[in-house]
Design a protein around this ligand. Structure first.
Ligand code: FSX
Length: 379
């Protein structure tokens, strides 16, 4: 496919007709929570679209975000790279290295000035002039300022890029921050998660290619279609929560029966993401379905907000905002959904109280992950 060929022409050349494109658009509009009537418009726009240049910079991260994108199933990363976007610069995937890679970046920026999408994964260290993460001798901070200046929009992929993530965790030795702390004059979409759900990125890209703009965002710049509800709202174990049936340990009879993991520290009630609906690995499963509570990895400061195995009802053990509201969702299903969508941020004070339907019993002891120090304490 050449840069000038439309997607419609390319797909027709491959025997992928209008009906197939419409089917794809129907699936994507559903994923993006758009009205079904939008699907024909999306299909028509995609048919006329040309590939959009994407420049991807990786900063302070573990490469988990790229790994998860490589496993995107709808559409596949191959389709994204070769059919819908032109991934012009990505250090881990591109063949070029050193000076040739730097030249590739400059050429991609010049050829697509003001039109390329800038994807960022990883946080940006700003302490001591940003010396803690360099590429080709340039700080992440310098690269971000330079490349963002000519971008159409910026995608902050993963919790690190969105909010600082694990590199920002106490004591944050590098002064790590997220993209929105540094970029103020460009549209930004945050796609948090450590790592993020790959199909969310696919949906954002397809929306941008189809309509030339980002999808509707919430007040944290997250795509509303994927982050408008909590894990708890969508969780298949929710009926057990509403019935007051809680596993007390990971191997008790309740756990075997699939009961709610709230008392084992699940952060689903305060975590906004699409894990429970889209799931992972092509819709196979997600952590709660595999028997482990949600750790809240798509929320700001999740690493410092409280032990992964400490119940939200545990009061002193958690810094999650509105834990009291989260706990109160046991009151009733409808009210629960309304309340839980108001939960936004960890690390703000809120009274914690046990869910009303929690049977008497001891919550599991708080336990921090190895090597983790709570805020305000030395490691
Ligand atoms: Fe962070 Fe991503 Fe977690 Fe890792 O690029 S969101 S540590 S999965 O790799 O940045």
């Amino acid at each position: 496919m050449t840069q000038d060929e439309t997607l419609g022409a390319m797909l027709a050349r491959r025997g992928f007709g209008r009906r197939g494109l419409l089917k794809f658009a129907i699936a994507m509009t559903s994923s993006l929570a758009l009205p079904p009537s939008v699907a024909p418009v999306m299909a028509a726009n995609l048919a006329k679209a040309k590939r959009r240049s994407v420049i991807w910079l990786s900063f302070q991260e573990c490469t988990g975000c790229l790994e998860t994108l490589l496993r995107s199933s709808s559409p596949t990363i191959d389709a994204l790279i070769f059919d819908f976007i032109s991934l012009d610069y990505q250090e881990s995937l591109m063949a070029a290295a050193g000076a040739a890679a730097e030249q590739t970046l400059r050429e991609a920026m010049a050829a697509n000035k003001g039109e390329y999408l800038l994807a960022i994964d990883g946080s940006i260290p700003v302490k001591d002039g940003g010396v803690y993460s360099l590429t080709g001798g340039r700080s992440n901070l310098s690269m971000l300022e330079d490349v963002a200046a000519e971008a159409k929009a910026v995608l902050a992929i993963g919790t690190c890029a969105a909010y600082g993530g694990i590199p920002k965790a106490y004591p944050n030795p590098t002064g790590a921050v997220g993209v929105e702390d540094l970029v103020s004059n460009k549209p930004i979409v945050n796609i948090p998660g450590c790592p993020p759900v790959p199909e969310v990125l696919s949906g954002v890209l397809v929306h941008f290619i189809s309509f030339g703009r980002l999808p509707e965002l919430d007040d944290r710049k997250r795509p509303l279609a994927y982050f408008g509800t909590t894990i708890h709202d969508q969780c298949y174990r929710r009926p057990f929560y509403d019935q007051g049936k809680f596993a007390k340990s990971f191997d008790d009879e309740g756990a075997r029966q699939g009961w709610c993991l709230f008392e084992l520290g699940c952060k689903g009630p305060v975590t906004h993401n699409a894990c429970a609906s889209l799931k992972w690995n092509g819709g196979t499963s997600f952590p709660i379905e595999a028997g482990h509570g949600c750790i809240g990895c798509s929320e700001p400061d999740f690493w410092d907000a409280g032990g992964f195995y400490t119940s939200l009802a545990g009061g002193s053990a958690t810094g999650w905002k509105n834990a009291g509201i989260a706990a109160a969702v046991g009151l009733a299903g409808g009210a629960a959904a309304a309340l839980s969508t108001r939960i936004k941020t960890p690390l703000e004070d809120a009274p914690a109280s046990p869910p009303e339907k929690t049977p008497p019993g001891k919550s599991p002891p708080g336990k921090s992950p190895p090597g983790k120090s709570p805020p305000g304490k030395s490691p």
